[in-house]
Design a protein around this ligand. Structure first.
Ligand code: ISE
Length: 345
């Protein structure tokens, strides 16, 4: 079978990661075009991966008849325009999180897919493809610990750029737990609260870091998330589900323990690309396989829209210091049946 021809929009940190993984770790796919607002970035990515075509304009890449499917890894403010263009071109699209920059923009992408009547959008919530999280979901769904009651999460980055403000901690970092909690529990988040301790002196002036976020789900489960993006020591992700019969915890990312000179030391990841390397490969493999088999994989446009609704409410909770209800429309049946086919024109 000839490999699926992929176009990648964005040649920055994530775009380059996807170009490299699609070229080197995902059989059945080849990157045939790259675009970036900075031509030299696109040229560099293309040269490195042996990609034949560079499109200065992302819409030209989407319209390129050689491009069969698209990865969007450009800034969040461009996601709506490019995702809608892919839907209108009938091309499957893997859109990096978030689905779009605002709730309204996410709703417009959702409506475009509903109008097309085909599940073409997968959102890049890659933790669903992390082996540890996937095993947690399998054991939860098997009822091993009974009904979940509480979820405890920690999301620690060692450092972020000074431009990474208090609200980005919610929209760019905690957004992962918004999807993870919804996906693990199979429930929507209906209320959100943000509490703040005294800030770390390692955060930029005026940035509230850490933050303590509390989600309540539609069936009354409470999920707390410690978000700490200037934790200094490592990239450290924790997740524990507490059920009526026991708990299920994310395994440590440490592959090996080294004992020497009287110490027992574990190597901790320093960056999210390292901690979730397998998740990114698995996500791309599932996306490419899903296209070939005509069935969607991973987070849908609905999941991206629901995460945007939770993010909007959580930013409001941070600003107001009060609990905020999540304004979420009813989920269309189109997204209830997981077997929705991508189909081919
Ligand atoms: C980044 O965009 C990610 O996706 C990482 O998983 C997250 O830990 C980091 O805080 C984000 O900036």
């Amino acid at each position: 079978v000839s490999p699926r021809r992929i176009g990648v929009i964005g040649a920055g940190l994530m775009g380059l990661t996807h170009v490299r993984l699609l070229s080197g770790a995902v059989s059945g796919a080849e990157v045939v075009a790259v675009s970036d607002a900075l031509p030299e970035a696109a040229e560099r990515a293309a040269a490195e991966a042996g990609v034949e075509t560079v499109h200065p304009d992302a819409l030209d890449l989407i319209g390129d008849e050689r491009v069969e499917a698209v990865v969007i890894a450009s800034p969040a403010g461009t996601h709506e325009e490019f995702a809608v263009a892919c839907i209108e071109a009938g091309k499957p699209v893997l859109c990096e999180k978030p689905l779009a920059e605002t709730l309204e923009a996410s709703r417009r992408v959702l409506d475009a897919e509903l109008a097309a009547g085909r599940r073409l959008v997968q959102v890049g919530f890659m933790r669903r493809f992390d082996p540890g999280y996937a095993d947690m979901k399998t054991k939860l769904d098997a009822g091993l610990v009974g009904r979940p009651l509480l979820v405890h999460c920690a999301h620690r980055n060692p450092v972020v750029p000074p431009s990474f403000g208090s609200e980005m901690i919610i929209t760019d970092t905690v957004v992962h737990e918004m999807d993870t909690v919804r996906w693990l529990l199979g429930q929507e988040i209906v209320r959100t609260t943000v509490l703040v301790p005294r800030p770390t002196r390692h955060a930029a002036e005026g940035v509230q870091d850490p933050q303590f976020v509390l989600f309540e789900t539609e069936d009354g489960v409470l999920a707390d998330v410690e978000a700490f993006v200037n934790a200094q020591y490592a990239y450290d992700i924790r997740c524990e589900v507490v059920g009526e019969l026991g708990t299920i915890s994310l395994p440590p990312a440490t592959p090996v323990l080294v004992r020497r000179e009287g110490r027992d030391a574990a190597e901790l990841p320093g960056r999210f690309q390292e901690r979730f390397g397998a998740a990114y490969v698995n996500e791309l493999r599932a996306w490419v396989a899903g296209i070939a088999e005509g069935r969607p994989a991973g987070a849908s446009a609905w999941d991206g829209y629901a995460a945007a609704a939770v993010a909007e409410a959580t930013v409001e909770a941070l600003r107001s210091g009060r609990p905020v209800d999540v304004a979420l429309d009813a989920r269309p049946d189109f997204y209830a049946a997981e077997s929705q086919l991508i189909g081919e024109r």
